[in-house]
Design a protein around this ligand. Structure first.
Ligand code: F0G
Length: 463
């Protein structure tokens, strides 16, 4: 008998209490935090879906690995274990550990970009875009058109628009220094990219002599979607699929805080010897000696084990199913979200849920605040606060107004998801009474992390 209930494929060995708070307490906490969920104390949050990055639970195998951490400054055994793991999965020749993903981006773009150069991506994540722009580069996003329509189904909604890629490469020529594929496409809804799209994008980039890199944060989740949805992959293992994905690329940046199953860490991996030499020198400047790159030996151990745990089929089945389950509950309740659900998160379509709030009163930001006030749930806005501000200081609406509920790996169980669904039902009921916010104070870049806000019309939820 094949039973249909998909269970959490682990037993819980250590627990961390979470704290219930009152609505009044949360209202005061968020006010103190300048109406910015990033500025809340985590203790004041009941269910924290701010990010799936570095927030996962490690396995007993990872903790055991950490006890074997070799903390030698140079040539540590832990580095060689880490390097072997990354090489087995990616096949890249050079592996540079970094303290997290953005450090790999900073090193890579520092080595290849000069002002006016272009990087093309299905969709740049915010730190990736910021690192390109910080070098004076231009970050061009070319997702397929379906990606911009939250309720349109596409099995690989993270795909890159290949016709636009060809056009951009013809039009901009030498100025394009890199084509990058983000798997899964985080800012576009955690949506997967098909193997066919990776293969073709790589072929087009190479035809124009441009290197093709993968932003590999969620490579294992992407591999699972390929296994489930793409013809010819059902009988391959996630590891084999991941290996094929990387085979088309010249290198990758990785945040091991996602599919590395670690609380910190990342890497830059690549084939080109000259570029690797330049990057290693830059790594020494900012991260540390190339056999530790800003990490402790024990972190390298945790990642070496975690990368393979992320590729475990029982884990991936449970992981993707728990996200899909929340999507089903939301669909029943009539709450609009990006369909189909992605790998690490569900993205609520705030433009649709709160049509009465104009983009410059940040509907997704307001929704995120209300979810915290009503249910103690912390989420993140991916909308006009995150993307509205242009490099020249002007503002324009983001492509979508989303609230992302990102799930830490192996942390929450089904009852947490059921609670969340109940909170969302309630928030939907009061949606017509939710009001927008205005920015009181903001930094010049990556403003969502530290900007302060206030309700634009008295209370956030009108009586
Ligand atoms: N690329 C993607 C696609 C990401 O999602 C992230 C981080 C990074 C690069 C940067 O990695 O945080 O280790 O420096 N995303 C987190 C998130 C922060 O919440 O989605 P990092």
């Amino acid at each position: 008998m094949e039973f249909k209930t998909i269970i959490e494929p682990f037993r819980i060995k250590t627990v961390e209490p979470i704290r219930r708070t009152t609505r009044a307490h949360r209202l005061e906490a968020i006010k103190q935090a300048g109406y910015n969920p990033f500025l809340l104390k985590a203790e004041d949050v009941l269910i924290d879906l701010l990010t799936d990055s570095g927030t996962g639970a490690m396995s007993s195998q990872q903790w055991a690995g950490m006890m074997q951490g070799d903390e030698s400054y140079a040539g540590a055994r832990s580095f060689y274990k880490f390097e072997a793991a990354v090489k087995e999965i990616t096949g890249f020749k050079h592996v540079l550990p970094t303290h997290q993903g953005r450090a790999a981006e900073r090193i890579l773009f520092g080595a290849v970009l000069k002002p006016g150069d272009i990087v093309i991506n299905n969709t740049h994540f915010d730190t990736t875009r910021a690192n390109v722009e910080y070098r004076g580069g231009i970050a061009l996003d070319i997702p397929i058109p379906e990606a911009r329509h939250p309720d349109q189904y596409h099995p690989f909604k993270g795909n890159m628009d290949l016709a636009r890629l060809e056009d951009a490469l013809q039009k901009h020529g030498d100025r394009v220094k890199m084509v990058m594929m983000t798997v899964t496409n985080n800012s576009g809804g955690g949506q997967p990219v098909s193997m066919a799209n990776i293969r073709e994008a790589s072929a087009i980039a190479h035809k124009h002599g441009v290197p093709f890199f993968i932003d590999a944060c969620r490579f294992a989740e992407n591999a699972w979607f390929i296994k489930m949805r793409e013809e010819g992959y059902a009988d391959k293992t996630p590891l084999e699929i991941a290996q094929e994905m990387f085979r088309y690329a010249d290198g990758a940046t990785m945040s091991a805080k996602k599919d590395g199953m670690a609380n910190i860490g990342g890497f830059l991996a690549l084939n080109d010897d000259d570029l690797a030499r330049t990057c290693r020198n830059m790594e020494i400047l900012g991260e540390g000696f190339p056999t530790y790159g800003g990490l402790a030996g024990y972190d390298l151990e945790a990642i070496a084990v975690g990368l393979f745990e992320a590729l475990n089929e029982d884990y991936l089945r449970y992981r993707i199913r728990s996200i899909e389950y929340l999507g089903e509950r939301m669909k029943q309740a009539g709450i609009p979200f990006i369909e189909p659900t992605g790998g690490h998160a569900v993205y609520i379509d705030a433009r649709k849920l709160l049509p009465h709030i104009p983009w410059n009163e940040y509907p997704a930001w307001a929704l995120s605040l209300v979810m915290y006030i009503e249910g103690g749930v912390r989420t993140v806005e991916i909308g006009s606060v995150m993307f509205g501000r242009q490099p020249d200081g002007s503002e324009k609406p983001a492509a979508m107004e989303l609230v992302r509920m990102a799930f830490p790996r192996r942390v929450y169980t089904q009852s947490h998801v059921d609670y969340l669904a109940e909170v969302l039902d309630y928030v939907k009921d009061i949606a017509p009474r939710i009001r927008g916010v205005r920015i009181v104070e903001e930094p010049p870049v990556l403003r969502h992390f530290t900007a302060r806000f206030e309700p634009a019309h008295g209370a956030l939820v009108a009586e």
